[in-house]
Design a protein around this ligand. Structure first.
Ligand SMILES: C[S@@+](CC[C@H](N)C(=O)[O-])C[C@H]1O[C@@H](n2cnc3c(N)ncnc32)[C@H](O)[C@@H]1O
Length: 261
């Protein structure tokens, strides 16, 4: 087994969310599965175990993430998984098609979500299942509100292709999916905590690594940045307990749909 790595932090952060996704997959043996924005591939590997001997493909734009995903997959001895580097908005998916597309927080970063989901639909077989987890709107996510409050005036709205809340409006997202060729959309309101770990310094390093935090800090003078980091630390400390470590509330949508015939 490979030792944990900082790139694996989502697996610890999202452990409660993950149970919802796992229950919704409905992957059967011999299914072909694609994992969109697979990151380091926890969900890809899990799908591979359920789908064996079916093939599973993880797609991600980040080669760094895929290197780690391949390492973990090899360590688990899975031989029905392949990783492809690509932008899911335009990626040419395996023409054989897939029975199931899954994604854990990997579909919110599209500059043109309508085109991106149409491209994903084109890679799926008729009636294929789509199972996604995405954040609800910013104001429903305590972790984001608290971090932005600590960043104060330096907090900046993210550009659309970096906006983690871009699919947070269920009605708008349902329209995007419908236009892209999906039907039978269901949105389940998932309210689970996010876990930033038991070590306050490590939690601070994690939050400083968020794109929105690093962009905000980069816009400040050294003195202002130091004050802002101190405020961030206080915010994390206020959400710390010995029993659970640093924990915030969050809300996400578990979206299921089918590709139209
Ligand atoms: C929040 S992470 C989630 C990773 C993984 N699904 C997990 O749960 O651990 C989002 C992932 O989506 C990937 N990503 C972002 N935009 C993408 C795109 N257009 N096409 C493919 N992957 C993308 C990122 O590189 C990152 O690995």
């Amino acid at each position: 087994m490979s030792a944990p790595n900082s790139l694996d932090f989502y697996d610890a952060e999202l452990r409660a969310h993950h149970e919802h996704l796992r229950a919704a997959y409905g992957i059967s043996p011999a299914d072909a599965v694609v994992d969109i924005g697979c990151g380091t591939g926890l969900t890809t590997r899990e799908a591979a175990r359920s789908a064996a001997p079916g093939r599973v493909v993880g797609v991600d734009v980040s080669e760094r993430m895929l290197v780690r995903a391949r390492q973990l997959t090899a360590a688990e001895g899975l031989d029905n998984v392949r990783y492809e580097r690509g932008d899911a908005q335009v990626h040419r998916f395996d023409p054989a098609g897939f029975d199931v597309a899954i994604s854990r927080f990997g579909t919110m970063f599209f500059s043109d979500p309508a085109a991106a989901f149409a491209n994903i639909a084109a890679g799926l077989l008729p009636e294929a299942r789509l199972v996604l987890l995405v954040w609800q709107r910013h104001e429903h996510n305590e972790w984001a509100r608290a971090i932005d409050a600590a960043l104060g005036d330096a907090a900046q709205p993210p550009p659309p292709r970096l906006d983690p809340f871009s699919l947070g409006d269920a009605e708008a997202t349902a329209r995007i999916l419908e236009g892209a060729g999906f039907d039978g959309m269901r949105f389940e309101d998932v309210r689970e905590p996010v876990h930033y770990g038991r070590d306050l310094d490590a939690a601070l390093a994690l939050v400083r690594g968020f794109q929105s935090t690093s962009a905000a800090l980069a816009s400040l003078t050294d003195r202002e940045a130091a004050r802002t980091v101190a405020r961030l630390r206080e915010t994390l400390a206020a959400h710390y307990s010995d029993k659970r470590g640093v924990v915030f509330d969050s809300r996400s949508w578990l979206i299921t749909a089918r590709r139209r015939r």
